[in-house]
Design a protein around this ligand. Structure first.
Ligand code: ADP
Ligand code: MG
Length: 316
């Protein structure tokens, strides 16, 4: 199969938000007036970011989902993506399933694939996502204020627990196994939440490297410290039941791959955020507050928790 047939068959779909999509030397799109273009890229390498034998459907879904998550974290509406892919061989069943997963995610979040590049090489995916945010309304990491509430969406630690299960570090039973593996392989980016937090949250980040590691990015950018209460972090019953285990604490605090939003907001927004949680049918947990005193302290029912182990760092 030629490169062009491959692109036509697996990577060309009608576009909603572009004047020209895949097929020419460049795509053409229009950014609405008074909007900023938000752009982010994420690369996934087989063996580093996913297992070589991972389901191609989930690789397709996740590679786009983690990029969309970056738009959510900025309060941007994701619209366009490009896909650069290196493939060791033309494996049509693999490509068909990958494409299905990728476009399932694209459709779920109304994102157009508008271009990319296809080459032979070790399995690698590089996706660029683009979105729109009204001028000046993006939610940045550096906007946290002293005394902000710290919130986190969804259920934390499940993806890390799923990974630990795949690595045979824990043995889960159903239905926990399915819940955790789904969290790991098909994360849901929190786009609706990100949009609703414009003008509400002072700062926001998506959790990719681990809750404390990502919170530290906000704290560093905002020149603040924070206190967190582990018992207020919403997690799966399995994790809750084993919270006295240091590894389980690590799973929640440093696990990563959750793609939930971690954000800070003034205390005056509590009611609004609790209503938002109802509206979106998404748990939003108040887990701590920012402080002028630098550094991060975590407690579990008033007992200090050791957080010296960091989130997953590819160069650590
Ligand atoms: P060129 O040689 O002009 O760079 P390519 O042959 O690389 O063109 O790509 C042809 C068209 O297919 C371009 O519009 C490009 O954006 C698109 N394309 C190539 N690979 C992909 C891919 N994996 N996903 C989506 N679009 C792709
Ligand atoms: Mg090219």
């Amino acid at each position: 199969m030629s490169e062009f047939n491959l692109i036509a068959k697996y990577f060309t779909r009608p576009v909603q938000h572009a004047d020209l999509g895949v097929g020419d030397d460049a795509a053409l799109l229009r950014v609405a007036p008074r909007q900023q273009l938000a752009i982010s890229a994420d690369m996934l390498v087989a063996g580093t970011h996913f297992f070589h034998d991972a389901s191609p459907y989930s690789i397709g879904w996740k590679s786009l989902a983690v990029n969309i998550s970056d738009m959510a974290a900025m309060g941007a509406q994701p619209k366009w993506a490009t896909l650069a892919i290196a493939l060791p061989e033309v494996n049509e069943p693999w490509l068909a399933a990958f494409s299905k997963g990728f476009f399932a995610c694209a459709q779920a979040f109304d994102v157009d694939l508008i271009g990319g590049d296809t080459t032979r090489g070790p399995l690698t995916l590089s996706i660029q996502i683009m979105g729109e945010v009204p001028l000046g309304q993006a939610i940045q990491r550096n906007g946290a204020k002293d005394g902000d509430d710290i919130w986190v969406s969804g259920i934390i630690g499940s993806a890390a627990l799923g990974l630990a299960h795949l690595q045979a570090k824990v043995t889960l039973t159903e239905p926990t196994t399915t819940h955790c593996l789904n969290a790991l392989t098909t994360p849901t980016p929190r786009v609706a939440l990100g949009l609703a937090l414009r003008g509400i949250a002072n700062s926001c980040i998506d959790i990719s490297d681990g809750l404390t590691a990502d919170l530290n990015h906000i704290l560093k950018a905002s020149n603040l410290g924070a206190k967190l209460s582990l018992e207020n972090i919403h997690c799966h019953d399995y994790l809750r039941a084993h919270l006295d285990d240091a590894n389980i604490k690590q799973c929640i605090l440093a696990g990563g791959d959750d793609y939930e939003l971690l954000f800070t907001a003034p205390k005056s927004q509590r009611d609004y955020i609790q209503q938002l949680s109802q509206q979106l049918q998404l748990p939003l947990s108040l887990i701590g507050e920012t402080t002028l005193q630098l550094g991060l302290t975590v407690t579990h029912h008033q007992q200090a928790v050791d957080i010296t182990k960091k989130g997953f760092d590819h160069f650590g």
